[in-house]
Write a protein that binds this ligand. Structure first.
Ligand code: SF4
Length: 386
């Protein structure tokens, strides 16, 4: 049940944003918060999909939750001080923070209280008040609750710039080990499918600012002993079939007084490797089978996955920078989509003959050097190896 709380709003906001640093949303600038700062910081610097940097308020509408996900600090029955806002109350607090310059956008989630449908309605009402009563035209990222209905998903898409459904795990079996009362297909995957159905079936009806919102998801990495292969298989399916914009990977970290409190934390480097691999699938034309999984279905931790692929495939057969297709250039470590485009443009004018020319085009030349030929010649860094 949502319950009234007499604690003053800013104190409540701090209670609700505590632990929200665990929830990745948008691209956050790396900020090293002390535990005390983590408790007191409710606005995070974030980079939006359009590249804009904003102060993002990440919070819950309520930290009361009737579910009991094994990894979650907000799980039902856990003893800690909870707090709740009513939609009008929260919208008014946020708009005041916004007008004071303290927050430019919002990531709004919630514990499940009174069922997924009722909880979703509270989130929707909050966003609706912000957009239509208070005239807020900034960034809103709305969470879709497990159990939400299709009409609610569509309403969320009319109000938000981004919507998200946290899958938490890559499949039904793994989810059962993390959140036994969530259903993978019906409660979590289905809403992501609805988002894409709505975008496809109503191309003329768009969101509040003329575009349908993007959709993202999040996994708790290592919480269910899943492999990187399982995570990447689901991620690739989501990119291809429901046009997921982005998967977020959150390394499992044990929380006191939860069933997984004695489980070891996941190495944050694994989280980093998963991001790198997901970008290879999404932006670099790699297929799942090409990722350099090792025994057990995990990515090697010591090496960037693109580097590992290049060591296996390009070390003996370096690519000629002046002739390679764009898709081939993207396989070379140190060359991203912008660098590949710059190379294609530059070589129409001049042959690329040395690493300094690549550097000027935005390529990390030292990383590319072992895998390229420049006008038929090995790059100097590569020659040094011989
Ligand atoms: S439903 Fe959400 S808030 Fe509730 S226990 Fe599960 S992860 Fe936590």
């Amino acid at each position: 049940m949502f319950y009234n709380c007499s604690v003053e709003p800013i104190t409540r906001l701090k209670l609700l944003t505590d632990q929200m640093h665990l929830e990745p949303a948008e691209d956050q600038k790396p900020v090293c918060f002390t535990p005390k700062q983590q408790r007191e910081t409710f606005v995070h610097p974030a980079k939006l999909p359009n590249g804009q940097n904003i102060k993002l308020l990440k919070t819950l509408l309520t930290s009361a939750c009737e579910r009991d996900c094994y990894y979650c600090p907000f799980r039902s029955g856990r003893d800690f001080r909870r707090a709740t806002f009513k939609p009008e109350e929260f919208a008014s607090l946020f708009i005041n923070l916004h007008h004071a310059g303290a927050a430019e956008g919002i990531f709004l989630s919630s514990g499940v209280a009174g069922g997924g449908v009722r909880t979703q309605d509270k989130l929707l009402d909050t966003a609706d008040i912000l957009r239509h009563k208070l005239g807020f035209r900034g960034y809103i990222h709305l969470k879709i609750m497990p159990g939400a209905e299709k009409a609610q998903v569509e309403r969320a898409m009319q109000l938000a710039d981004r919507v998200s459904v946290n899958l938490e795990a890559p499949n039904t079996e793994r989810l059962a080990r993390l959140a036994p009362h969530k259903t993978f297909l019906e409660e979590l995957l289905q809403p992501l499918k609805w988002v894409d159905d709505i975008r496809r079936s109503q191309p003329a009806h768009r969101g509040w600012n003329g575009r349908w919102p993007s959709s993202v998801t999040q996994y708790v990495v290592g919480g269910s002993d899943e492999s990187d292969l399982e995570l990447m298989t689901t991620t690739q399916w989501l990119h291809k079939n429901v046009r997921l914009k982005r998967a977020y990977f959150s390394a499992f970290s044990p929380i006191r007084d939860t069933p997984l409190e004695n489980k070891s934390a996941t190495d944050p480097l694994r989280e980093h490797r998963l991001y790198q691999a997901s970008f290879l699938l999404r932006d670099y034309g790699f297929e799942l089978e090409e990722l350099p999984f090792v025994e057990g279905g995990n990515l090697p931790l010591p090496t960037d996955p693109k580097q590992a692929w290049a060591q296996r495939n390009l070390q003996e057969q370096p690519l000629e920078i002046n002739k390679a297709e764009r898709s081939e250039l993207l396989r070379i470590p140190g060359i991203g989509p912008k660098g590949a485009n710059a190379i294609l443009k530059a070589r129409q004018v001049n042959k690329l003959r040395d690493l300094s020319m690549l550097k000027k085009l935005g390529v990390v030349a030292e990383r590319a050097a072992p895998y390229v030929l420049l006008d038929g010649q090995l790059a100097p860094a590569q020659l040094a190896l011989f």
